[in-house]
Design a protein around this ligand. Structure first.
Ligand code: AMP
Ligand code: ZN
Length: 458
């Protein structure tokens, strides 16, 4: 069976065939580095990290994820904080990589920075002008949308409707409202580079087209990103690249992840419900966050709530619980394969809910078995599956002892339980209740039984 992927351009799931046998190129639009990544930003990073892992089993993959380090939002962040642009972009590039690393995201093969590819962008813009797809006006260069007959095909938008629907005031240097910027002038305080059209900086869309061309070639196999990027970002990337390459397709498969909401609400600064990965990993193990992000199929919306996290933790507790106390020899571990059914689920358009069901089938078989050789083999298969999914990276004992980064150590929990027991022994009910509340806030449920107080993470 070939890998099946849902292609946004064709609007359906199709068999995946790379351009060149045995090799795959993949480009994921990376972060604009002016603040910390929120949990929604982590969804494409985690989902397409998993796709990279799936592809690497069969192909020699070259995976590029860029860093957008020149953008008007970065310029605005610099003037707001008074900090130099380079300082802001360096800080948030590192934070992005550290935070995604905590979620088990492997570094891409290539991480191109936009500011290091200005020459490639200028060359591509010049080519678009020479071929009649772009025009220079008042220090700007604009893409002439009407010159590209396939414009709108990716996002399924009709150009005539777009023109009729556009009510925005058209900038005087534009021939048509839908034309978009490839290059724009920079004033003295703004970052800028010399170009045939004066000192200026690139538009966002041309950055990705140029970096993809430079590192992956004219036609790439997979182009990925969040659903909101389909229009205008990917539609524009597609137009630029295909027009600069004599009509050659830009990407053979377009993949887009669905959006993440928080408690059924759109994440937004004004609502104050933006969850930063940087903060979450302080109190929640990265694996729990990763599994929560993979809990829904990547094209479906994902609602993030306390229950999403609690569910992911319970699942990991079950997986680690099955593995507890089982010794695996190096030879058995090295020979272990991921079960075919689990691989098949992942190769079917990254069906993570199905893959997790297969993972639990393995854990159940292990829990049931009494045969030491079979148990060892099943446990080794679980670790192999974990490696593919980017899970089970911790030692089971450390997991349950709370020694995993981001977790509350069990010693701390037991100390609070002891304080509560002492308070109860002294009939200080208010103090006892206070300790229970403290534990509840830490996500710990306690139960008083004949054998004493037991606890579990809720
Ligand atoms: P940005 O830095 O805004 O360009 O976003 C980086 C990546 O995160 C893009 O691929 C976006 O599509 C994606 N993204 C942003 N917000 C969300 C969200 N709430 N859910 C899922 N993906 C998102
Ligand atoms: Zn892009």
């Amino acid at each position: 069976m070939t890998i099946q992927l849902h292609d946004t351009l064709q609007g359906k799931k199709v068999p995946f065939e790379p351009l060149e046998e045995g090799k795959v190129t993949m480009y994921l639009c990376g972060p604009t580095v002016y603040n910390f990544a929120h949990i929604g930003n982590a969804r494409p990073a985690v989902v397409f990290d998993l796709l990279a892992r799936i592809l690497r089993r069969r192909y020699q993959l070259t995976f590029a994820r860029n860093i957008t380090d020149v953008d008007d939002k970065i310029i605005a962040a610099s003037s707001e904080t008074g900090k130099p642009i380079g300082e802001i972009t360096a800080k948030f590039t590192k934070a992005y990589n550290d935070d995604m690393g905590a979620l088990g995201v492997q570094p891409p093969d290539i991480e191109p920075h936009a500011t290091q590819h200005i020459d490639v962008m200028i060359a591509m813009i010049q080519k678009l002008i020479d071929e009649g797809h772009a025009y220079a006006a008042e220090g700007h260069v604009l893409f002439d949308v009407a010159s590209h007959e396939h414009y709108g095909e990716l996002s399924k938008r009709d150009l005539r409707e777009m023109i009729a629907g556009s009510r925005v005031e058209v900038a005087p240097y534009k021939k048509a409202a839908q034309d978009f910027v490839l290059w724009k002038p920079s004033d003295r305080e703004m970052p800028g580079w010399d170009s045939p059209w004066g000192r200026g900086r690139p538009g966002w869309h041309i950055e990705c087209s140029a970096m993809a061309e430079k590192h992956l070639g004219d036609t790439i196999d997979i182009h990925a990103g969040g659903q909101d990027l389909v229009f205008p970002h990917h539609e524009n990337e597609c137009a630029q690249s295909s027009c600069a390459h004599g009509g050659a397709p830009f990407a053979r498969y377009w993949l887009h992840n669905g959006f993440l909401s928080i408690d059924e609400t759109k994440m937004s600064k004004s609502l104050g419900n933006v969850l930063l990965v940087h903060d979450l990993i302080e109190t929640i193990p990265g694996e729990v966050i990763r599994l929560a992000l993979l809990s829904a199929h990547y094209r479906q919306p994902l609602d993030w709530s306390a229950e999403t996290l609690a569910g992911a933790r319970r699942q990991l507790d079950r997986l680690y619980g099955a593995l507890r106390g089982i010794e695996i020899s190096d030879a058995v571990r090295a020979a272990a394969e991921v079960p075919e059914t689990l691989v098949a689920a992942l190769e079917d358009d990254i069906n993570t809910p199905k893959a997790m069901a297969e993972f639990f089938a393995l854990a159940r078989a292990l829990n049931k078995s009494n045969d030491p050789a079979e148990m060892e083999s099943l446990a080794a298969q679980m670790y192999a599956a974990g490696e593919l999914l980017g899970l089970l990276d911790s030692d089971p004992e450390a997991w349950f002892a709370g020694d995993v980064k981001g977790d509350i150590a069990s010693g701390e929990i037991e100390a609070l339980i002891k304080k509560r027991d002492d308070a109860r022994a002294n009939k200080d009910w208010a103090a006892a209740d206070g300790f229970r509340d403290q534990l509840t806030e830490m996500g710990i449920t306690i139960e008083d039984g004949p054998g004493g107080t037991t606890w579990r993470r809720s």
